[in-house]
Design a protein around this ligand. Structure first.
Ligand code: URA
Length: 241
């Protein structure tokens, strides 16, 4: 691939802007400035630097974010900060999107990518991977509520029955549950349907990928193994980040 095209693909701006960057000597490969925009490159394991900052060429990006409280998943957030404020300009320029959404008052694991096919596969209504949520409730959780969540509830304007699996009370007003779809406000509506109310919501796992050490607001690029884990339909054998 041409150097100018590679830089553009990584989010460094328009082709013209990338040509200018290259001509000024800002771009180095193997420690040496390359000033010819049409220089051909082998992309495999390509490292380069721009103004002394090191980068690895990535055909697509797959990101895990620990979404903080009071951040919205939309680009044009109205009342709160946007999760996109947490990323550098290059990733924004690459067009990263959230894989599904978390509410502004939900924390936890959120995936972002610029791979349209991956986004579609993971958000397809028939292909949802299981997601584990930790819920703090407004009222004490009853045995009946747990049974009702597992038996399944109807949600207004949604087709079918929404059942949780592996529902477990962790404390009087705290439970963990796995859901297998991804409809709007699903967990909050399911808890309301069984007669309780969500006070705090945290997504702990997607597929076999679990959140452990990432602090709120921190993110990382997923390795191929972590990416596979996030797509897995099983929640056994969690890989943590
Ligand atoms: N269910 C909800 O109600 N909210 C979320 O953010 C995620 C799942």
């Amino acid at each position: 691939m041409l150097l100018e095209k590679m830089l553009q693909s990584q989010g460094f701006g328009s082709r013209k802007h990338c040509q200018q960057l290259i001509k000024t000597g800002a771009v180095c490969i193997a420690g040496q400035p390359v000033t010819e925009p049409k220089q051909r490159l082998e992309l495999q394991d390509l490292n380069f630097s721009v103004y002394g900052q090191d980068y690895l060429y990535r055909e697509k990006v797959y990101i895990a974010l620990h979404k903080p409280l009071n951040y919205e998943c939309s680009h044009q957030s109205t009342h709160h900060m946007s999760v996109f404020d947490l990323f550098n300009e290059m990733l924004i320029e690459r067009g990263i999107q959230c894989v599904g959404r978390l509410d502004q008052d939900t924390t936890g694991l959120l995936l972002l990518t610029d791979d349209g096919q991956f986004l579609q596969a993971l958000t397809h209504p028939k292909k949802h991977v299981p997601k584990v949520y930790r819920v703090i409730t407004a009222d004490p959780i009853t045995v009946q509520q747990i049974a009702d969540l597992m038996a399944g509830v109807e949600l207004r304007n949604e087709k079918g029955i929404f059942a949780a699996t592996d529902v477990q009370a962790l404390a009087t007003q705290e439970l963990v549950m796995t859901v297998h779809q991804g409809v709007y406000h699903q967990v909050k509506r399911m808890l309301a349907a069984v007669g309780n109310k969500v006070e705090q919501l945290h997504r702990a796992e997607i597929g076999q990928l679990g959140l452990q050490d990432l602090a709120q607001g921190e993110w990382l690029y997923l390795t191929p193994e972590q990416l596979l884990a996030a797509k897995n339909q099983s929640t056994e054998g969690i890989m943590t980040i």
